[in-house]
Ligand binder design. Structure first.
Ligand code: CUA
Length: 324
């Protein structure tokens, strides 16, 4: 039983999988990984010495005819001093860098040149806003490479935890209190994040994506996000009318159309790659299904099912996807 169990567990591991903590793509992740490497190597050296001596004693003095008796001693001050000072030195070797990294990664103040992103953990989706820049998005956001990003974490409902494995540093999102973490992402690319604190039925479905862009691409993205919602005209007019005339507007903002705040801001929904906090590709078919019966697709989701016809659901989906 152990062998298949180990095989199945190992199957979940991937050195460079999207959720790997062994690949560092920020200063914080590098600090933590270096510490991890130091402790791992120290442990390996200790294990080799301890098991080496143990193995030698077991073999050399095993019970057999004519076996030698090890020298019998009682009390050995120098040995005792050595095995007190040795472990103390090893602990010091581990403790000093650990404390340094803990303090460096726990700074709560915002560095002067940092980009601030306010992260709000909701059951079960993420809201990202950029104070002073007039940008609000959900479940997907973009930051520039090479510049400190100050994540200010808040939440209106229960405990969540903000975690981008390749950025390092899981941090709790606590209602009524503002936690923060500053990282400098250094490599452009798309990174996966995940809520890392059990928060109810769809905790496992509370993922998100971070795109680390070059500064120029980041500026382009900002400009596109700040623009008013596009109006694709006649092609999606039916969907827009349906959206504006139904319960959608009570929970969702599309700037210029509606002002709801209970669910994700959809002003530039069509620019996102995923749907439902990283659950599905953001495309017509899954979206049409989502607007009709989100609870079937995501357990516990606050959005109810709606009695749209096929045609209505597709029109609504087409409209939402046009909001690039
Ligand atoms: Cu939010 Cu788990």
């Amino acid at each position: 039983m152990l062998v298949p169990a180990a095989a199945v567990s190992a199957g979940g591991c991937a050195w460079d999988g999207p959720m790997s903590t062994l690949i560092a793509r920020s200063d914080v992740a590098r600090d933590v990984l270096d510490l991890y490497a130091l402790i791992t190597w120290a442990s390996i050296v200790i294990a080799v010495v301890v098991f080496g001596v143990l193995g030698y004693a077991l073999l050399r003095f095993r019970d057999r005819p004519g076996a030698p008796l090890p020298p019998q001693t009682q009390g050995h001050p120098w040995l005792e001093i050595a095995w007190t000072i040795g472990p103390a030195l090893i602990l010091l070797l581990i403790a000093v860098p650990t404390v340094q990294v803990v303090f460096r990664t726990q700074i709560q103040a915002k560095p002067p040149d940092a980009l601030e992103v306010v992260v709000r953990g909701h059951q079960w989706w993420w809201e990202f806003s950029y104070p002073g820049l007039d940008v609000v998005t959900a479940n997907e956001f973009v930051v520039p490479a090479g510049r400190p990003v100050y994540f200010a974490l808040e939440g209106p409902d229960v405990l969540h935890s903000f975690w981008v494995p390749k950025f390092g540093g899981k941090r709790d999102v606590v209602p009524g209190r503002r936690n923060a973490i500053t990282v400098v992402p250094d490599t452009p690319g798309e990174y996966w994040g995940q809520c890392a604190e059990f928060c109810g039925a769809s905790h496992a479905n509370m993922g998100f994506r971070v795109v680390v862009a070059t500064p120029a691409d980041f500026d382009r993205w900002l400009a596109a996000q700040r623009a008013p919602a596009v109006d694709a005209g006649a092609a999606v007019a039916a969907g827009k009318a349906l959206f504006a005339g139904s319960a959608c507007v009570g929970c969702h903002t599309v700037r210029g159309v509606s002002t709801g705040v209970l669910g994700p801001d959809l002003t530039h929904f069509g620019s996102r790659r995923t749907l439902g906090a990283g659950l599905f590709p953001n495309a017509l078919e899954p979206l049409a299904e989502w607007v009709r019966d989100a609870p079937r697709l995501k357990p516990g989701v606050k959005m109810p099912a709606f009695a749209y016809t096929d045609e209505q659901a597709r029109a609504l989906a087409a409209y939402l996807l046009s909001l690039e």
